[in-house]
Design a protein around this ligand. Structure first.
Ligand SMILES: [Zn+2]
Length: 282
């Protein structure tokens, strides 16, 4: 699933492509359930003749304010992609929504698994205000993280995946951040010491910035894997220390990386570097 670095890479690419300000001359929906709201017919009617005034991101949502005051939100979920192509490019099997621009380009929502959603809403705050803080914003300090952790009696891994606790993290970057901070995914959130919280804060920002610099993480070559608007793959998979590296050596201590299940999610860690009870041998 695309996480913060992947979604931001798409936003950056759409902005570089100059999509803001292009007039939309029509839209077609080939898989109705992709449009969460309004109805597919109303979606096509309302978007026609409009233009996006900006292209932005909040958490894992792509945010497209429209010049009539509405906002298009796109959530890629498991396998959504945005293809930006010329009008004469043949439509491929999994392109469920096509937005046509006056300059001869089309933005196509491609989604083999069909979990991704588009919604055209009057007030995006109703959805976006439920999200936790942006981890790369200047307001997300170690003390903000500390005060949020202190109130939660939950295991670290599922808590960091909870978009209302912190926005934009998913399975890849949570596993990487916990390894970087030397924290076991099953530690209690409210039980971290101050230096551990500082390490976690630094690690979250470091792994996200690295992912962004490498234009996201693309795993494998299947159709569902991340690629950006120009079908360019991210380079960050070479930089991962634990994610999908079970059995390989921990880059820090050479012990084998393990895969366990935490909160029903596959979780990768080094049990030598990341202890359940800090200070004690495992
Ligand atoms: Zn290790």
């Amino acid at each position: 699933m695309p996480e913060l670095p992947e979604v931001q890479t798409i936003v950056n690419d759409l902005n570089s492509a100059g999509l803001t300000g292009c007039r939309i001359i029509g839209a077609r929906v080939f898989w109705p359930r992709t449009i969460a709201e309004p109805s597919p017919g109303a979606f096509c009617r309302r978007i026609k003749g409009k233009q996006f005034t900006a292209i932005d991101r909040r958490g894992k949502y792509l945010v497209f304010p429209v010049d009539d005051g509405a906002t298009l939100l796109i959530h890629l979920r498991m396998s959504g992609h945005l293809n930006l192509v010329r009008t004469n490019t043949p439509r491929t099997k999994h392109e469920h929504v096509v937005i046509r621009f006056a300059d001869g380009r089309q933005l196509r929502f491609h989604d083999p698994r069909k979990f991704g959603r588009l919604q055209l809403v009057a007030d995006p705050a109703i959805i976006l205000n439920r999200l936790g803080p942006e981890p790369l914003s200047s307001g997300f300090t170690a003390s903000v993280l500390a005060s949020r952790l202190k109130k939660r009696r939950r295991l670290l891994k599922p808590l960091l995946l909870d978009q209302t606790f912190i926005a934009g993290l998913g399975n890849i970057y949570v596993d990487e951040a916990l390894w970087e901070a030397r924290l076991h995914p099953c530690r209690q959130a409210c039980g971290l010491a101050a230096p551990e919280i500082k390490a976690l804060h630094r690690a979250i920002r470091r792994v996200l910035k690295r992912g962004l610099k490498n234009l996201g993480t693309s795993l494998g070559t299947g159709k569902a894997n991340f690629y950006s608007v120009s079908r360019r793959r991210g380079r960050n998979s070479d930089q991962l220390n634990v994610f999908r590296r079970a059995g390989l050596a921990c880059p820090r201590c050479q012990s084998p990386i393990e895969r366990i299940i935490v909160g029903q999610r596959g979780t990768h860690l080094c049990t030598k570097c990341q202890r359940v009870v800090p200070g004690l041998p495992r």
